[in-house]
Design a protein. Structure first.
Lengths: 185, 86
């Protein structure tokens, strides 16, 4: 079923999009809330930003292929990047309005969180370089512990192709996964 | 990969999974190079934080339903869900 905005700016969500949205929301909301706290937001702010993240996600969901919407690895990377961008925007805005009276404490990241934020920035940049197939294979293997045969079956490609794509993806994300002090090849 | 399939996957550090992949070492098991990848993993369970996550997720979903109807849109006569794009 078609999806898109008409001349009056009204967006139509198909039944399929709505079902996928609810399923992915239930699978990923816990991750998104926790990663926003790890980015240094208070719980109150994380809740507001998580709402924004899923609103952006809902409006972009139709741009993804059906296979992508059913690949947890792809959804995780997609949401990570939206969450990082929204958290960055929030922090920038917060720094501008900091002098306004507020009932909440200023959000000052701990040193651990500051390190996470630097890493997240690098990782978000690196993930943006990957194609959807590279993302699915890289995150599936490295994050969700899938094996090459499992990934080959999921993506309907040969196992040798999985290994080749994984190698390419690793080169693209080399910077954010290289320990400090080591040089990238 | 569905959530069900994910739940059946071997752990990242599963000896069985690693034994099946002798030529592929995960970045996650390379010393020190774990932190960026770790940002993409589900954080460890924390009862106090999980209680907040559950309450927050229900509040956010309720906002979506308030704004877009049930579950995420207002159904028109053609069967599609409609929402104002701001």
């Amino acid at each position: 079923m078609a999806h898109g905005a008409n001349a009056s700016g009204v967006v139509a969500f198909t039944d399929e999009i709505v079902r996928d949205f609810e399923r992915i929301y239930r699978e990923q909301i816990s991750y998104v809330l926790k990663i926003l706290v790890r980015f240094g937001l208070s719980r109150t702010s994380a809740e507001d930003v998580a709402h924004d993240v899923f609103e952006v996600f809902l409006l972009k969901l139709h741009t993804l292929e059906e296979t992508e919407r059913h690949t947890v690895a792809s959804m995780r990377a997609f949401l990570f990047r939206i969450a990082w961008n929204r958290a960055s925007n929030y922090r920038r805005l917060h720094s501008v309005v900091r002098e306004k009276p507020t009932e909440f404490l200023p959000e000052t990241p701990t040193s651990d969180r500051a390190f996470d934020i630097v890493l997240a920035q690098e990782l978000a940049r690196d993930l943006a370089k990957l194609s959807s197939l590279q993302t699915a294979i890289f995150i599936g293997f490295e994050v969700f512990g899938m094996t090459a045969p499992e990934l080959a079956e999921e993506q309907h490609i040969e196992e040798s192709e999985v290994r080749r794509i994984l190698d390419e993806a690793r080169k693209s994300v080399r910077r954010s996964t290289t320990p400090p002090g080591e040089t990238t090849p | 990969m569905t959530a069900h399939a994910k739940s059946n996957l071997p752990s990242v550090h599963s000896p069985v999974a690693e034994a099946n992949q002798p030529s592929l070492q995960r970045i996650s098991v390379t010393p020190l190079a774990v932190t960026a990848i770790d940002l993409l993993r589900d954080p460890s369970p924390d009862p106090e934080e999980d209680a907040w996550v559950l309450a927050a997720s229900n509040r956010i979903l309720a906002k979506f339903r308030d704004r877009y109807g049930h579950p995420a849109g207002v159904e028109d006569e053609s069967g599609v869900f409609l929402a104002d794009q701001k």
